[in-house]
Design a protein around this ligand. Structure first.
Ligand SMILES: *Cc1c(COP(=O)(O)O)cnc(C)c1O
Length: 462
């Protein structure tokens, strides 16, 4: 009993702690947070002493705990996490990770004034859209390009500019819903286009489109089935067929290609995903896609195609409401620049790098991490390297998986659910999978600096 009183009495005073150098001198941390952390830590100690959970403490321990809490409080809500799921485009984990050149560009452009809407040659007002348009055209082969907030906005703008109060013909097999409740029929309604459904869920023919064309038709919309597949007795018409219908009738074709990709990844052993260039080359009038899916850039909706249509979109009032900001433009320009050199893109753009990483490299990485974890957790867990499959994710290529190697951990000290929860906690949360009572860590989506963080954390937790 006396000991408890003694312990309480000897707890350092808040004023005294606030003068301790290790707590006092923190760069970029507000005093409010420091005071809060000191007070809350002392309160926790007091409570623990009263509940007989603490029988001794040192000033050093208390200072350490205060600093951990300060770090936690100042780290923000939106923060970096380690993605050990192997899903490359994880919609919940921020989709594509930006390349270093993209993040560098964001910092450089936005931490000072910039020429967002200033024409440096003429010394007069310029347009924010010119910074990326030529570059996009050069890469995709399109006549013109426009960038908006995201692909949902891009589809809406394209329909609103080309097909407002007119009919837009879509196959019943392509009335997609994408995560976050983006539904093609709803977007069409918002844009003012009238939806005309043709064909059936599994089969739509050239004549289905042709028979639906009337005086009221404004466009034909083709939607890429990003996140599902119809298997078996199916038919969809080809890009060439769409172009031929357009040539014959003068009706423009809008294609929502979803996850825009510039590189034919089938060369690297991944299934073919339609490229933006292929659609432009085939003569599709307007193609829209996301910036932060397979492109590996920032969130954006990119519209490419024939100049006459894009010029109309630029004049549409809607464009102002869905315009992109300077951070996006800086990141996007830097991302596109990397694409001018395919080899560089595969190396520099994290998404492409993870997607095309060679299996023996992955195996070596997994073996190395397993060894580091074993060294840390000793016989408290069994740590194995196993063959497994990674997903691409982000509503892209739903049936495609990639061969990978994972680390499977069977803990003798804690349940997998408990470990999973504790890994999610902390300054740099680690997101993993659980499979058959084991913790699964897929190295495909890890960065070099993650390895030590993971083995250290597992060592603490297990
Ligand atoms: C992902 C996707 C969208 C939505 O794109 P956002 O950039 O998330 O707005 C639209 N259409 C298709 C086919 C998609 O795959």
């Amino acid at each position: 009993m006396t000991n408890k009183k003694e312990l309480l009495k000897n707890l350092p005073k808040i004023d005294v702690l606030l003068e301790v150098d290790e707590i006092n001198f923190k760069e970029n941390v507000s005093r409010v947070i420091v005071k809060e952390a000191v007070r809350e830590t002392i309160d926790l100690y007091r409570k623990a002493i009263l509940e007989d959970k603490v029988e001794e403490y040192s000033l050093k321990e208390i200072i350490e705990d205060i600093n951990i809490l300060i770090d936690k409080k100042s780290s923000g809500n939106l923060k970096r996490v380690i993605n050990a799921t192997g899903t490359i485009l994880h919609t919940n984990l921020g989709r594509a990770v930006l390349s270093k050149s993209a993040t560098d560009a964001v910092v450089k452009v936005t931490s000072r004034f910039n020429n967002l809407e200033f024409d440096l040659e003429k010394g007069e007002r310029g347009s924010r859209y010119t910074h990326v348009e030529n570059l996009i055209c050069k890469i995709t082969g399109a006549e013109a390009a426009l960038v908006v907030n995201n692909n949902a906005a891009a589809v809406m703008l394209a329909l609103s500019s080309i097909c407002k109060d007119k009919e837009a013909i879509v196959s019943r097999g392509q009335l997609v819903e994408v995560g976050g409740s983006f539904r093609i029929p709803s977007i069409m309604e918002l844009s003012g286009a009238k939806l005309v459904e043709v064909g059936t869920t599994n089969r739509t023919h050239i004549y289905d489109y042709e028979n639906a064309i009337t005086e009221e038709t404004g466009c034909i919309l083709k939607v890429h089935k990003s996140n599902y597949k119809v298997l078996g007795f199916t038919e969809e018409i080809s890009l060439e067929d769409f172009r031929d219908i357009s040539k014959k009738t003068g009706i423009p074709i809008i294609e929502d290609i979803g996850s825009g990709i510039f590189i034919d990844i089938s060369k690297y052993g991944v299934a073919y995903e339609p490229t933006v260039q292929a659609s432009i080359k085939k003569g599709i009038d307007i193609v829209t896609f996301s910036g932060d899916k397979m492109l590996g850039g920032p969130q954006a909706g990119i519209i490419v195609g024939k100049k006459q249509f894009i010029d109309n979109m630029k004049k549409n009032q809607l464009t102002r409401a869905i315009r992109v900001d300077k951070m996006t433009l800086a990141a996007l320009e830097a991302t596109f620049r990397v694409y001018l050199d395919e080899e560089l893109a595969l190396k520099e753009i994290p998404l492409l790098n993870m997607l095309t990483r060679k299996i023996d490299v992955i195996k070596a990485d997994a073996t190395r991490l397993a060894k580091a974890i074993r060294k840390k957790v000793g016989d408290r867990a069994e740590v194995k390297v196993k063959k497994d499959l990674s997903q691409i994710g982000g509503g892209s290529m739903p049936l495609e998986t990639l061969d990978t190697y994972v680390i499977a951990i069977d803990s003798k000290t804690k349940s997998p659910n408990k470990i999973e929860k504790e890994l999610r906690d902390g300054n740099i949360p680690i997101v993993i999978r659980i499979y058959k009572n084991e913790i699964i860590i897929d190295v495909r989506t890890l960065f070099k600096e993650d390895y030590k963080i993971i083995s250290d954390r597992l060592s603490n937790i297990i």
